[in-house]
Design a protein around this ligand. Structure first.
Ligand code: C5P
Length: 219
């Protein structure tokens, strides 16, 4: 088992996935977006009106959820029971609920199991909130990303605007703040920096500078 794992954790909208994708391309590793998995589960729960207090319902739902990643023309897609949900999971109705769903123990157990399976046989880069602490505590490289909350909200706002013309910067800022609060204070594997993770604050860094920083540590 000599495969390499690069774990990237951090707050919401810190550019984790942007850096992870660039690294994956550079190193020829597989990129896995663990947040997309929690988002897809949330979408399923919303569609099927799953009661977040009802453990039997949650267990049955998890049993019926099948997630897969596909790559086409260098783009990664996530499917929920064979349906491509890559775009829908980025919408605000999912963002508003995902941190509550991700706080449920059964959900985390099921996702972590799948994530560990993905990392068993290949060199991977995975980003999320608990990758360096819980999913791959032995990862060879761990990065913890952070950035000024205002900058993060502006970046995410620009990303969402084309498909959500009515969205406001304030709404995005509040959603990020709320998710960060829920993610860092939850009982089950809260977001926290692994002791051996390198901090990367990218408030004033370009994407190339972040890539160079990460590569220098990986080497
Ligand atoms: O990374 P992204 O912002 O898409 O993740 C959405 C949400 O999924 C996070 O706010 C967090 O609540 C949850 N998540 C998690 N653990 C992970 C990845 C994401 O709890 N490893």
């Amino acid at each position: 088992n000599n495969n390499i794992v690069v774990a990237i954790d951090g707050y919401s909208s810190c550019g984790k996935s942007t850096l992870a994708k660039a690294l994956a391309k550079e190193l020829h590793f597989i990129y896995v977006d663990s947040g997309a998995m929690y988002r897809a589960v949330t979408l399923y729960f919303l569609r099927h009106k799953i009661d977040l207090e009802n453990h039997a319902q949650i267990a049955e739902a998890l049993h019926n959820i099948h997630l897969n990643f596909h790559t086409q023309n260098h783009k990664t897609f996530i499917t929920l029971n064979e349906e491509d949900v890559s775009d829908e999971i980025r919408q605000m109705h999912v963002a508003e609920k995902v941190s509550s769903v991700a706080a449920i123990k059964e959900v985390r157990v099921a996702m972590v199991r799948q994530q560990q399976r993905l990392g068993r046989s290949k060199n991977i880069i995975m980003d999320g909130r608990d990758i360096g602490t819980v999913v791959f505590p032995d990862a060879q490289v761990k990065l913890f990303m952070t950035a000024d909350p205002k900058i993060r909200a502006e970046r995410r706002y620009k990303e969402l605007l084309p498909t959500n013309p009515t969205i406001t910067l304030e709404e995005v800022f509040d959603n990020l703040a709320h998710r960060d609060y829920q993610d860092t204070t939850r009982e089950e594997s809260p977001l926290t920096r692994a002791e051996d993770a390198i901090i990367l604050d990218n408030t004033d860094l370009s994407q190339d500078e972040q890539l160079m920083f990460a590569i220098s540590h990986i080497e």
